[in-house]
Design a protein around this ligand. Sequence first.
Ligand code: DLL
Length: 448
Amino acid sequence: MIWNPAVETLPRAELAALQLSRLRAVAQRVYDGVPFYRAAFDRAGVRPDELRSLDDLRRLPMTRKSDLRDHYPFGLFAAPMDRIVRLHASSGTTGRPTVVGYTRADLAVWAEVCARSLAASGARPGDVFHNAYGYGLFTGGLGMHYGAELMGLVVVPVSGGNTERQLLLIRDFRPRVIACTPSYLLTLADAARAHGLDPAGVSLRVAVLGAEPWTDEMRRQIERSLPLKAVNIYGLSEVIGPGVSNECVEAQRGSHVFEEHFLVEAVDPNTGEPVPPGTRGELVFTTLTKEALPVIRYRTGDIAALDPAPCPCGRTHVRMSMVVGRTDDMLIIRGVNVFPSQVESVLVQFAELSPHYQLIVTRPRTLDVLEARIEVSPAWPAAARALDPGDREVEALRERVTKQLRGVIGIAVDVSLAAPGTLPRSEGGKLRRVVDRRVTPGQTPGSH
Ligand code: DLL
């Protein structure tokens, strides 16, 4: 179902005209109201009234997460505090959180794009909606909440965590739609099985999954274990929260970016130059309507490809591929770029393995070592012997996985198998799958 057909199917030429007039307006607003942007525009030698076509976007300076952090907490706000009605914050990998603000109009836009996302995912008014994204400073819970209310869903604001209670509510309220991180949906599916619940009897038909990287392979795995469609929702706090883009359930070939609010580019992360359609690049967003915290050419660190081709669903808005990684969770191991999603794509090919894994990077002397700890599937007959290195079957599996990983990633990976249920699980939030224990001069070890 298309929630707002007039906008979502707007002919491209009209959409572009709307984008240009909004771009000019937002550029003027930040130039006049936010000293950081005025200085950045001046340094780049560009004035808002010089923006004559959408191509001129490229003349504008880029904004980074560090710029928000440097102006912590409210230094980039473009509206006075008496017009801000909500704050959210995302936990950075290090140090200060990134703080974002919303005016009433911003909240209305946000609810609209989340309603669109839910409708595009296959939710229908009257559906019970189990919202297991975290409520609080994280944008997932409240963002989806108001979008769901706007589109007329029956919202169960369960938030993250307390998996037992979630199962009880799913059994008794019989929601048709769930929203959570993909890793948490797997946690819920595991817990259901452990409680002897038959996944085939689950009422859920639509899962709106995002907030962390996942893959088409993982989607297939989810759709095999539960009788539902797993649909991608993408977003980030700095742009608005969830609802920057969403897959249409009709085609499921990329996520439509809600372009009359969010202008998107894909650029080469090294040069900042645009990459051609269909080529992976770093996504860069300019908000066209945000009042409290507009961002100009905000570098997300997310790597994905854009597809401007018309979509069979009728929506005209450009589609982005699944995010294949972040410029900053991209591990460089012995000079080779490694994305956790590559590891995931290998392990879902093995019926003996579960999708739960952890990557640990160390540097015992001078060379990086990548260790992949992978849980075996409880359904694998040899699962109980997973930790026995002398077991022939276990060792054979380990060798096959090692070989496959080497082929895909291009470097040797030290694989160890773990018993079912022993690796960290999502507690409703984002799961940290990478532990980087390398210490390089001037850098502190951290986890991504
Ligand atoms: O994660 C907003 C959100 C909430 C999106 C609920 C979807 C659902 P942040 O905490 O600011 O905001 O984190 C944003 O999460 O730059 C991506 O790296 C990652 N991310 C979000 N959605 C996806 C996705 C929310 N569908 C960061 N696939 C982004 C891959 C995603 N990565």
